[in-house]
Design a protein around this ligand. Structure first.
Ligand code: SF4
Length: 358
């Protein structure tokens, strides 16, 4: 049966219009010089870049509409821009007309979703971040080796659902350090922990330590599950936060790594920290008495949105911007295999990503 496509409930106001109409911030005096500390790395990671380019490529190649299961990345602006180009975002594959093209988001999907798409004859393009796929493989391997898997992550988050779906009988989700004190396992000698890729490093280690107190034989994953981009953005904001009266994180409310940046900023010394999608959400009162503003952005945020926040801050007298860089990033991932060749069978020129910031 074919059902009508349903768009995700995201604001339909294009980002550029939002920026052009934003309220101006006043330049009010404070004691001392005003400045901005701009965290780096910030913004787009390799997995997000790849996923967004994958949708754009699919639109170029197959024409609109191209369906995308869930938000391709957790950013309102990105989703809105792709909708304008012809992407249709759906919650589940049964909302997509049979035979259509569907892109799976960077957060990954369970095998059941892949099968559901195949059953409908959909042409699937898998934009799951390779670093999420790595965690999927770990889950499959540990399940095959008879381990119980304690998956540290947020219940209901798409990535957690996708990872748990690779070993549904073996995974128990641990949402918080407190849950580590109560989670039950059948055999404490055959337990491993894995995690969502976008968590707070510190909070995850607290959860692991509390799990290990109860299960001393707890196995570690073969390598970090929290990805390089999440870790790098947290390290950078920690350095900025200690000197900041206010931290502004650009990112959407459903972006796990953006929300974590607000928490980390507060934990590491920022006197206040807020998350905004757009520059027009920066409130005048946040700046009262503020000399140093820290700015960063989550891994799904295009740089243009950060620049708009910097412009708004500049109008308010924060024109002096110092970048605080704690790491260099040059990782790029190949496009999904379904898109690596163009229609004539040649290797696509953007097969290796092609854009980290824009
Ligand atoms: S945040 Fe990390 S896991 Fe998620 S898409 Fe980016 S690189 Fe991949």
């Amino acid at each position: 049966m074919t059902s009508a496509p349903v768009s995700l409930p995201v604001p339909q106001v294009p980002g550029r219009r939002r920026a052009a109409t934003r309220a101006r911030l006043e330049n009010r005096p404070v004691d001392g010089a005003k400045r901005v500390l701009l965290a780096a790395p910030r913004g787009y990671c390799a997995g997000v870049d790849r996923a967004v380019v994958a949708v754009e490529k699919a639109l170029e190649r197959y024409g609109a509409p191209v369906y995308v299961r869930k938000q391709i990345v957790h950013n309102i602006h990105v989703v809105t821009e792709l909708e304008a180009k012809g992407a249709i975002f759906v919650d589940e594959v049964d909302e997509v007309p049979e035979g259509a093209h569907i892109v799976f988001s960077a957060h990954g999907v369970s095998p059941a979703v892949v099968q559901g798409a195949a059953d409908r004859g959909l042409h699937a393009i898998d934009a799951t971040c390779p670093l999420v796929t790595k965690v999927h493989r770990e889950a499959v391997r540990f399940a095959r080796d008879d381990f119980e898997i304690l998956l540290i992550g947020h219940d209901g988050h798409e990535e957690v659902e996708g990872t748990a779906g690779h070993a549904p009988d073996r995974v128990t989700i641990v949402n918080s350090p407190d849950e580590a004190d109560t989670v039950q396992v059948k055999d404490p000698s055959k337990v491993v922990w894995l995690s969502q890729t976008t968590l707070s490093v510190d909070e995850t280690m607290e959860t692991v330590n509390r799990l290990r107190t109860r299960f001393p034989e707890l196995h570690n994953p073969p390598s970090d599950d929290i990805c390089y981009a999440t870790q790098n953005r947290q390290v950078a904001i920690k350095k900025v936060a200690k000197d900041a009266d206010l931290v502004i994180v650009v990112g959407s409310a459903n972006s796990s790594n953006s929300v974590r940046l607000v928490e980390v900023a507060l934990e590491y010394g920022a006197k206040a920290a807020y998350r905004v999608d757009y520059a027009d959400e920066v409130k005048q009162e946040w700046l009262d008495g503020v000399r140093t503003v820290g700015v960063t952005s989550g891994a799904s945020v295009p740089e243009v949105l950060v620049q708009e926040v910097l412009e708004a801050l500049s109008e308010a007298g924060y024109a002096d911007v110092d970048e605080v860089r704690t790491a260099e990033e040059d990782l790029m991932f190949s496009l999904p295999k379904e898109l690596r060749q163009d229609l004539s069978g040649k290797r696509d020129e953007r097969a290796l990503g092609g854009r980290i910031s824009r």
